[in-house]
Design a protein around this ligand. Structure first.
Ligand code: APR
Length: 312
């Protein structure tokens, strides 16, 4: 056995394929793409193998069907996008029934073949799908996490950068709560290289950015006509995997199991966490004012309703 890490991407669709390219380019580890559409997984893997000479990376990219979840055996990280994306006019919660079926199968496969993996769930509705993954795998809470906040924050960063005429890399911000239209972009905690956002943009512009961030996924669904956003979701999930694999201990907003922080118990909700070799190593509890707390409470209630529908 070599010392390379193994990354299983379960779901080889738009996000899965993009993640495979990003993992390869960053030489994060050997990648295996798995999909119910075996040919898609195999074809994308072969295509990606053929980028290696041009792009200059040497990790392996292979692919196969879900008939053999054994392909993920021994994976260090599993990133799950299995399921269907939204169509125009749908909410993320409209996907629950069909995607719960996919997550259930995938969770059994992971439990059997990759029992030590760090699992990142991307499939929507995110906060209830990551909850289902946690319940079905029975993995400890530090090894199951949902990707949402990194993406929502990246959208917020982009909109602020565009309005302020600055680099998105200098926009520091975070988004709390569920991955739905009532997520909570934390304006008070946002700055451009340390300069508070409220000194950079006027309130009307900030309000418009908050609203656009909340509906950021839907805006792209409407434009694409088929499918949902995939470049930024893929980049966000790979950043989380990299922090785990390289023990970077980056602080990211992620959907993590709360058992007390923010006054929430037994739900996966987006909060800042530290991701390192220990998985979700720590939950960071920000001080919230009354308005922020009220928004978070509303968002948590939406998550609670979605989780109840899973009947898990
Ligand atoms: N096991 C493996 N793969 C599956 C399974 C399963 N049980 N069920 C579905 N798939 C595959 C589909 O065949 C498809 O190739 O998952 C892939 C999903 O890819 P896309 O349809 O291209 O969707 P994508 O844009 O990648 O989004 C995936 O992430 O952000 C969320 O809302 C989005 O829930 C959606 C998911």
């Amino acid at each position: 056995m070599g010392s390379r890490k193994k990354i299983a991407l379960i779901g080889a669709g738009q996000i899965g394929g993009t993640m495979a390219l990003l993992c390869g380019q960053r030489n994060l580890g050997d990648v295996v793409l798995v999909d119910i559409m075996e040919g898609v997984a195999k074809g994308k893997a072969l295509d990606l193998q053929q980028t290696r000479g041009v792009l200059g990376f040497d990790v392996d990219v292979t692919g196969g069907g879900t008939g053999d979840y054994g392909l993920i055996r021994g994976a260090d990280v599993c990133i799950v996008t299995a399921g269907v994306p939204r169509k125009p006019g749908m909410s993320r919660d409209d996907l629950l029934k069909v995607n719960l079926e996919a997550i259930t199968k995938v969770a059994h496969g992971i439990r059997q073949h990759a029992p030590n993996a760090f699992v990142i769930v991307v499939t929507n509705p995110l906060d209830s799908m990551v909850y289902a993954m946690y319940r079905i795998t029975g993995f400890p809470k530090n090894r199951v996490v949902g990707m949402a906040g990194v993406l929502d924050t990246a959208r917020f960063q982009h909109f602020v950068a565009e309005a302020a005429g600055c680099s998105p890399q200098d926009v520091v911000g975070t988004v709390l709560g569920g991955h739905g239209d009532d997520m909570v972009p934390l304006v008070r905690h946002c700055s451009v290289s340390g300069v508070p956002l409220r000194q950079v943009l006027d309130q009307a512009k900030i309000d418009a950015i908050v609203e656009r961030t909340r509906k950021g996924g839907g805006e792209i669904v409407a434009l694409l006509g088929t499918g949902s956003a995939f470049y930024a979701p893929a980049a966000a999930a790979v950043a989380m995997a990299e922090s785990y694999l390289r023990d970077q201990k980056r602080t990211f907003p992620c959907s993590a199991l709360l058992d007390g922080p923010y006054g929430v118990k037994g739900l996966f909700v987006g909060v800042p966490v530290v991701i390192g070799a220990g998985g979700v190593e720590r939950i960071v509890e920000l001080e919230l004012d009354d308005a922020e707390r009220a928004m978070l409470t509303r968002s948590v209630e939406s998550v609670r309703r979605s989780v109840a529908e899973t009947k898990l």
